[in-house]
Design a protein around this ligand. Sequence first.
Ligand code: CA
Length: 244
Amino acid sequence: MTTSISSQQPRILIAEDEESFIDALTVGLSREGFVIEVAHDGLQALEMFESHHPDLILLDLMLPRMSGIDVCRTIRARSNVPIIMVTAKATEIDTVVGLEVGADDYVVKPFRLRELVARIRAVLRRTANSSSPSSSETNGEILEIGELRLDTKRHEVAMGSKIIQMPLKEFELLEILMRNAGNVLTRDMLIERVWGSDYVGDTKTLDVHIKRLRARIEADPTHPQLITTIRGLGYRFELPTRGK
Ligand code: CA
């Protein structure tokens, strides 16, 4: 898939305090055509985000002076810049997700450069597609199921009168689920539609995003009524049992 985001080199801010990682990432990602800037602690990451306006932030969870979680939250409160969170353990992802810090994707150390590059490109492509309305001339559409309302043009989700903020990928996932309400969507299908066929991670990422979505839209996320799990298959957005 070739989209036209490669005319200028995307700038990536790496927030990382381990020198060996910084070196490897700088060399590897520069070779892939990205411009790399490095912040060595959380506060510096915030400052550099403000002054450098990177296209994407690769944010380590454990940083001196200010944690990756706080950095992510602070940035997310004022910007939709894509953020990929880097964690040392897979189990940390659940913690981070539980805190709803708003990262767009996660990678677990150690990771292969190829995997990271694929994720970076996928996140950048989605962002580029969604922020250039001229590229998709399709008119906006409003999906409404029960109290939940999703506006594809304004990229807005509301439950009743309450606006619900969510990162791009969760929005896309919700949109696909709502468009296919009443039908089971398999994990593979969802991953391909939201993350692209070049997605190289495991299906845990999908579950993590479903969990985040539920936390935002379900009255009781531990007993989901809207997005249900169909064991061994995937997920389904449930149609309301009464009315329309
Ligand atoms: Ca660290």
